[in-house]
Write a protein that binds this ligand. Structure first.
Ligand code: BG6
Length: 468
């Protein structure tokens, strides 16, 4: 029988420091943009407060306390048979304010230990350099709207590329870079609806990423640096050409981020739009060449859902922070949080991206947020999670087998329950491992293997052949 997945396929799971580590003020860590976000819910958005307000609850402060449980957690990832673990380094552990000359040794030592633990369990780390964790200390510069921040970011990159040389070879420059168009605070400490502001910040992130790619290659030719796209994919609401055009426009709004990072230049449709609406990019001499030289080595993305877009969408999106297109897909079930479950869409997305860029792809987030119940005997029967992951992996297999798409790996979100980024809730759980805490951060922090844990372990052990 033909085997789909090559030896060395990067099976694993993904987390982010601000949602996982806690210990927000330990180890001389500074405040990040995540640390001033309160908890919300499906209906109530998270609030960004002016500094830390005593009476408010901030989920990132304790999260699931990975900082003090990392050995146990990585051992569990080892037991799952992970080949790869995608995680983020929290920038504010390394440069607490973001603009220091010297790195914080305590922070560097923490990640030394993490990578040591990964090595012990034969796990290849894949490190996101910036996952919704911009230092609050950079806000006085205007955060990413200021070109100076590019250099602060590069100082941080240089520090970790050198420190972890030989220990980490896979990097992602920015998590879900296109979130600058939907949730700019998360993407980079930008709190503005003004498109000029957002596009200036995005420009600086593109430049920073392009320079980081080149720096990573210089420091260690084995380094591979990818971009990371928040997987927004959509279908037109109907064959009405106006719906189809609205859908094309929506996809351009999102995909132009991949165009810049994979092709090394802004696409014409975006430049024309900027011209029309009067947006000016702060290009300086040599920047064009930097973008071109700093094309990414691979394209990674998150895939959770698909959208439906139609002629009313631009109206519906106006003023909204997250992506709400105003349409539902009647053919698809949704999660408890209203996200449309679409395994076939995963195959489609792999084809869209490979047709467009012809570079290796990696799924670095995919999973279902659901409320789990712990039975009296301590088990968690999360069959819905197994179903979700199985059906998506099957479609990934088809993209590889039938369409020839080169997929480097698959890191599901998230191997262990962590704080939800969009709502700040704990009860929106993604894990194969349950963590006993509630939405107020109370509990024993005990880790419990769910049914999906044993299932995914077999998937990895069989290199994706055993899915039932
Ligand atoms: C992605 C982010 O958008 O989706 C993660 O990179 C996030 O940080 C994940 O946790 C799932 O979304 P949520 O809001 O359900 O946690």
């Amino acid at each position: 029988m033909n085997k789909t997945f090559p030896n060395g396929f990067l099976w694993g799971g993904a987390t982010a420091a601000n949602q996982f580590e806690g210990a927000y003020n330990e180890g001389s860590k500074g405040l990040s943009t995540a640390d001033v976000m309160t908890a919300g819910s499906h209906d109530v958005p998270r609030e960004i407060t002016d500094g830390i307000v005593k009476e408010r609850y901030y989920p990132s402060h304790v999260a699931v306390d990975h900082y003090h449980h990392f050995e146990e957690d990585i051992e569990l990832f080892g037991e799952l048979g992970f080949k790869c673990y995608r995680m983020s380094i929290n920038w504010t552990r390394i440069f607490p304010q973001g603009d220091e000359e010297q790195a914080n040794e305590e922070g560097l030592r923490f990640y030394d230990e993490i990578f040591e633990a990964c090595k012990k369990h034969g796990i290849e780390p894949l490190v996101t350099l910036s996952h919704f964790e911009t230092p609050m200390g950079l806000l006085k510069y205007g955060s990413w709207t200021n070109r100076k921040v590019v250099n602060f970011y590069l100082r941080y990159c240089e520090t970790v590329f050198n420190r972890y040389k030989g220990k980490v070879k896979y990097w992602i420059s920015f998590n879900e870079i296109n979130v600058m168009s939907t949730k700019p605070w998360m993407a980079g400490g930008v709190n503005s609806d003004d498109e000029q502001v957002r596009m200036t910040a995005a420009f600086h992130q593109f430049l920073a990423s392009a320079k980081a790619v080149q720096m990573a290659h210089r420091i260690d030719p084995d380094n591979k640096v990818g971009m990371m796209y928040a997987g927004h994919f959509s279908y037109p609401n109907s064959p009405d050409p106006e719906d189809v055009q609205a859908n094309d426009d929506f996809m351009h709004k999102m995909l132009f981020y991949c165009d810049v990072q994979c092709r090394g230049y802004y696409p014409d449709y975006k430049l024309k739009e900027f011209e029309r609406v009067g947006i000016v990019l702060p290009f300086k001499e040599g920047d064009k060449e930097e973008l071109l030289r700093g094309k990414v080595d691979f394209l990674s993305y998150s895939y959770y859902l698909t959208h439906v877009v139609g002629k009313e969408t631009s109206l519906a999106m106006k003023g909204l922070n997250g992506v709400k297109t105003g349409y539902n897909n009647p053919y698809l079930p949704t999660t408890e949080w209203g996200w449309a479950i679409n395994p076939m869409g995963l195959r489609h997305s792999l084809n869209v991206l490979y047709d467009r860029y012809q570079i290796p792809l990696m799924i670095v987030e995919n999973g279902i947020g659901a409320v789990d119940h712990v039975e009296e005997d301590g088990t968690v029967h999360d069959v819905y999670r197994i179903d979700y992951l199985r059906e998506h992996i099957k479609e990934m297999k088809k993209a590889i087998d039938l369409d020839g798409v080169p997929v480097m790996g698959y890191t599901m979100w998230s191997p262990i329950d962590i704080i939800s980024a969009s709502t700040g809730e704990m009860k929106k759980r993604y894990g194969l491992i349950y963590v006993d805490i509630n939405d107020q951060g109370e509990g024993t922090f005990k880790r419990i293997r769910k049914d999906s844990f044993y299932w995914y372990k077999k998937v990895i052990l069989s290199n994706g052949e055993h899915l039932e």
